[in-house]
Design a binder for this molecule. Structure first.
Ligand SMILES: *Cc1c(COP(=O)(O)O)cnc(C)c1O
Length: 357
């Protein structure tokens, strides 16, 4: 057998650790004062140079977020060891680059148009991002994504449902990427709660090169708390835990999230937003200034209008701000409108109704 025959093939089992930067694989993490503490009846805490005077926040928070991780893992049907909690999805995005991509050497592939943080993270970490345009109907260009990758491609970014095109990609197509790509496939599911297709999370055990990102910023209504979630193979999430800042989630955030996760508002709010999304789409589709309302699996609509600049300004004059996406690839003429309350959505309908075609 020649050495070439022994080279790993796309069909071989994925080995995420092989793609980790050597310095990260060798990293000994900062050991916090409480890492050595194995439980037991401690009532006098003199190990961390904290203030002894109670203020509610005078003690360092749990750096491993054990209680919150357990609660989130249970909610998601994964193990706490497969779970990472970060300061927004932004922290998880940055960690993917820092763990897998050698600056100035490795590259990543992403779909475009998509979420802007994949590029910002690449630029900060001196990683070349190869953007592959979606098909004109916003479907996933599976073969072109794979063709864009070379032996230094470590990451592939797939956002599903995608921001700003609003569509979810079939799980079978993402699975094809997981099987054929020799690197980590990161599926950003920030909007998954609004999609009827459901999450790719049940496939986590099957694909060691899968990382799933979710967030509490959208459906859960906790954008101000900055809490992003990542799920992946235990050995990959262990690396996330090693590279993150030791106390990346404050005690106030850990406690507040734990309390809010138990509240019953979320399912009702998601159902209302989905119903409002469909009502808003129907109401604006026939208007003269609206050329197309794209199908949405998310909590926003991508709307092609006759004159995006003028309509954006007109909405601003009436106190309504939307996102101008008209300069993004495949989004010529498009505004992105977040679904608000029924009252807010009616306001959008009535303003757009007054604009001639
Ligand atoms: C809003 C959004 C997020 C959420 O980011 P956070 O930092 O968790 O608030 C992540 N990905 C996409 C595609 C988004 O649109």
């Amino acid at each position: 057998m020649t050495p070439k025959d022994q080279k790993p093939k796309a069909k071989d089992p994925k080995t995420p650790l092989a793609w980790v930067r050597p310095n990260i694989r060798a990293l000994a993490p900062y050991s916090t004062a409480r890492d050595d503490y194995k439980g037991g009846a401690i009532d006098t805490w003199l190990d961390a140079n904290e203030s002894p005077y109670p203020s509610g926040v005078n003690r360092y928070p749990d750096p491993r977020q054990k209680a919150l991780k357990k609660q989130i893992a249970q909610l998601k049907g994964v193990t706490p060891q497969q779970t990472f909690i970060g300061n927004g999805s932004d922290e998880a995005i940055d960690l993917c680059y820092r763990i897998f991509c050698r600056p100035g050497k490795d590259n990543a592939v992403a779909i475009t148009p998509s979420y802007g943080m994949y590029r910002v993270g690449a630029d900060i970490n001196d990683v070349k991002l190869r953007e592959v345009e979606l098909n004109p109907d916003f479907s996933l260009p599976v073969d072109r994504l794979l063709e864009a990758a070379d032996e230094n491609t470590r990451l592939m970014w797939i956002c599903s449902p995608n921001n700003p095109t609003a569509n979810a990609f079939p799980i079978a197509q993402i699975e094809e990427l997981l099987e054929r790509f020799d690197g980590m496939v990161i599926v950003d599911e920030a909007y998954v709660d609004f999609s009827d297709q459901g999450s790719i999370l049940p496939l986590l055990d099957k694909h060691p090169n899968l990382i799933v990102l979710q967030t509490l910023s959208k459906a859960w209504g906790m954008a101000a708390l900055r809490l992003g979630l990542a799920f992946g193979a235990e050995q990959v999430m262990e690396l996330f835990g090693r590279v993150k800042y030791p106390y990346n989630i404050s005690a106030i955030v850990q406690d507040t999230v734990a309390r809010l996760l138990d509240s019953e508002d979320k399912a009702a709010h998601v159902a209302e937003i989905k119903a409002e999304r469909d009502r808003l789409a129907e109401a604006i589709r026939p208007l003269p200034c609206v050329l197309e309302v794209y199908p949405s699996d998310a909590n926003f609509l991508l709307v092609k209008v006759t004159d995006p600049n003028a309509i954006y300004d007109r909405l601003i004059d009436e106190g309504v701000i939307v996102r101008d996406r008209s300069r993004m690839p495949l989004c010529h003429g498009c505004l992105r409108i977040t679904i608000g309350t029924p009252h807010e959505n009616k306001k959008v309908i009535s303003i757009l109704s007054t604009i001639p075609g």
